[in-house]
Design a protein around this ligand. Structure first.
Ligand code: ATP
Ligand code: MG
Length: 350
């Protein structure tokens, strides 16, 4: 349905460029949920915005992006406006900011109907009100302004707006974050229903349990690169990449079933210095890592400085994605490292 390959997003700043999404290949398919996980700052929202043609002005997007048979790479803003909402809808992470503070909720939810379907205001508002009711929002709230709604109510309004034109592709950026359990469950059940109706869904979440319950596959992002793509039910039981293992381990459970361990160190972005006219020079990638005091040229696996299993070969050359059964993994050691580590942990705990 929606397919990207070698997708890159560079943010241009005054004195440097930041490579926030670094050569992503993904495929969203009808009736399937692909979850995107990774630490804060790994580039999830940057990727989500690029897929929906909503990158900010200082972002430069390159690579291939295709919706059905249509090449989206060179769409004009006007062409994107036709496609967005009707074919690809994004529910952004900073929900309230996505709404216009000076317009009533029902008017904003009705807007795609007026703009895309040419509907008159009154029937569009009626349809918007019933869409809001379907999302469990009290009709009284439809006449309110965004600042008069709670976080959960805003999230429901945004979902109503994203679904009003029944788009086949949905990108949901942390739709259940900071919500009460009732709203969270409502959204989880909604995603299940939407998936059953054949929507292609990209679900960005920090909640690995939700991800395991809802997703078919999980893509694990680290500093803008996918480290592993694996079936969701393998996330806690059979991760191949040491980063996936570390991420799964750092996720707490109520029953205390898993060992709670953080990932040592911090993730730092690579900063690409602007040399050419366009401000792009991917050949000169530097980083400020735990390993390298200051800025030093960087090669090898991006996770190596924090990886408990890294060896010398992990620190040089380009690490390609390899296939390991149903997983795709970017690891010089072919994804055997977690097995070794599990073995060592096993020995430690008898
Ligand atoms: P979180 O889990 O906290 O939402 P994320 O994975 O969504 O994080 P992004 O918001 O995509 O991360 O940010 C990726 C990197 O790009 C970060 O280093 C961030 O500071 C940077 N970034 C994001 N937006 C911009 C922007 N408009 N201009 C410059 N840099 C940006
Ligand atoms: Mg984000």
């Amino acid at each position: 349905m929606l397919h990207c390959s070698q997708l890159k997003v560079v943010y241009r700043e005054d004195d440097h460029n930041l490579l926030a999404v670094d050569g992503i290949n993904l495929q969203l398919e009808a009736g399937r949920v692909l979850a995107l996980v990774g630490e804060s700052g790994s580039g999830k929202s940057t990727l989500a915005r690029a897929l929906a043609g909503l990158s900010p002005a200082n972002a430069r997007v390159s690579g291939q992006l295709q919706f059905r048979q249509q090449d989206l790479t060179r769409l004009t803003e006007e062409q994107w406006n036709t496609l967005r909402w009707s074919q690809i809808a994004l529910v952004a992470q900073n929900g309230a900011a996505a709404l216009n503070p000076s317009h009533r909720i029902a008017d904003q939810v009705a807007e795609p109907l007026i703009v895309h379907r040419g509907m008159a205001k009154s029937p569009a508002q009626k349809q918007a009100a019933s869409a809001l009711a379907e999302m469990g929002l009290d009709p009284v709230l439809a006449g309110r302004y965004p600042h008069e709604l709670s976080g959960g109510q805003i999230q429901r309004a945004l979902l109503a707006m994203a679904l009003i034109l029944d788009p086949p592709v949905l990108i949901l950026d942390e739709p259940t974050a900071s919500l009460d359990p009732g709203t969270r469950n409502f959204i989880i059940e909604l995603i299940v229903r939407l998936c059953a109706r054949g929507k292609a869904i990209l679900l960005i979440t920090h909640d690995l349990d939700t991800c395991r319950r809802l997703a078919d596959e999980v893509a694990v992002l680290y500093l803008g690169q996918i480290m592993e793509q694996l079936p969701a039910d393998h996330l806690f039981t059979d991760p191949c990449h040491p980063y996936t293992l570390a991420l799964a381990r750092s996720y707490p459970t109520l029953d205390g079933g898993r060992e709670l361990g953080g990932i040592r160190g911090d993730a730092f972005y690579r900063i690409t210095h602007a040399h050419d006219e366009a401000g792009f020079d991917h050949t000169h990638i530097v980083t400020a890592d735990n390993d390298d005091a200051g800025h030093a040229p960087r090669q090898g696996c991006l996770f190596a400085p924090r990886c408990t299993q890294a060896q010398l070969p992990c620190r040089s050359g380009e690490i390609a994605m390899i296939r390991r059964n149903t997983h795709r993994v970017r690891c010089r050691r072919g994804g055997i490292a977690p097995l070794l580590e599990l073995h060592q942990v096993g020995k430690r705990y008898g």
